[in-house]
Write a protein that binds this ligand. Structure first.
Ligand SMILES: C[S@@+](CC[C@H](N)C(=O)[O-])C[C@H]1O[C@@H](n2cnc3c(N)ncnc32)[C@H](O)[C@@H]1O
Length: 315
């Protein structure tokens, strides 16, 4: 089914955005690039002016008590996570955080008719709207569920891939249980709850998950059973942090590339204690595995997970 409200101008704007993502090296895989060129993003944010729908920025969707609880993520960030996910045609994928349904449509494009996409949102109004957007854009084969993503969606398991497009501080047992033995889990994670969030791609590896890549990000946090209070803005452990942030903002305006590098170093240090993540080895065991820390490793326990941090020699 093709979208009826796709216009020549929307197609042009979409290709301009995709060209920009490509030039920036965000969409190296042809399947992700094709999805960005095909899915009509504007149909997922009806009411937003056409041009705004195709700017490389996040679009707020819903607030509760003045707090943003849903937004359509920035295309660059979506691209980074889809590349981390390494989704293939014919695969089954579960998304937690349906939002507008746009990312689910991109994934449906990548997996094709022989694949399967299930997406969950905790709010029934958002789930209903995501369903309507997906139908209008021609992706009615995506299954939209209203529920708490902490439980995954067992009826559709197992999944080759699970992706969260909402921030977590832990790895729920349901996500491990519903992932194929050779599956991949991608999620915005801040397991020490410091405010430094990274999109981490984990591969299933027997009784643990092994992290493969880390990309700094800033997603809205999970609500429901896995909700955890966000650290206060001024809880930064570094002395002089506020001055540092102000300087970083100024540098970023004048020299965006240098600003990004400085920001990455800051995030790396805040989350992992080092300015670069070269040699970082992060594993995630279920708590009941009772993994015993080895020399040179650091361990951090959350409710469900023992995170084990090690560094390869020379890292
Ligand atoms: C950044 S938005 C996701 C954007 C979305 N992927 C898109 O393409 O528009 C995060 C979403 O996660 C949802 N969410 C928050 N907690 C959740 C939970 N426990 N289970 C499922 N969805 C949740 C929010 O309602 C919100 O819509």
């Amino acid at each position: 089914m093709r979208a009826v409200n796709d216009t020549a101008e929307a197609i042009r704007l979409r290709n301009v955005l995709a060209d920009k993502l490509k030039r920036a090296g965000r969409i190296p895989s042809t399947s992700v690039e094709a999805a960005f060129r095909a899915v009509p993003r504007h149909l997922f944010v009806p009411g937003v002016p056409l041009r705004e729908a195709y700017v490389d920025q996040a679009i707020p969707i819903k607030k509760i008590k003045g707090q943003h609880v849903s937004s359509l993520s920035q295309p660059s960030m979506i691209a980074i996570m889809l590349e981390q996910l390494d989704l293939q045609a014919g695969q089954a994928v579960l998304e937690i955080g349906a939002g507008t349904g746009y990312n689910a449509a991109l994934m449906a494009h990548v997996v094709g008719e022989s694949g399967r996409v299930v997406t969950i949102d905790i709010d029934d109004d958002l789930a209903a709207r995501a369903r309507a957007h997906l139908v209008s854009a021609g992706y009615d084969r995506v299954e939209v569920i209203c529920g708490d993503g902490a439980d995954g969606w067992p009826a559709g398991a197992p999944y080759d891939r699970i992706i969260l497009t909402v921030g977590a501080t832990d790895i729920a047992p349901a996500w491990r249980a519903q992932l194929q033995p050779d599956g991949r889990l991608v999620l915005p994670l801040d397991f020490r709850n410091t405010g430094a969030q990274f999109s981490v791609a984990f591969d299933a590896a027997g009784d643990y998950l092994m992290a493969r890549s880390f990309e700094p990000c800033g997603f809205i946090r999970l609500r429901g059973a896995l909700a955890q209070e966000q650290p206060a803005q001024n809880s930064d452990p570094e002395p002089g942090a506020a001055v540092g942030m102000a300087m970083l903002a100024t540098v970023s305006q004048v020299l965006p590339k240098v600003g990004e590098q400085l920001w990455r170093r800051r995030m790396n240090r805040q989350a992992f204690g080092r300015p670069t993540l070269d040699g970082l080895q992060l594993r995630a065991y279920p708590c009941e595995a009772n993994y015993m820390r080895k020399e040179g490793e650091t361990v951090h326990d959350t409710r469900w997970t023992r995170f084990v941090i090690g560094w390869a020699p020379g890292g």
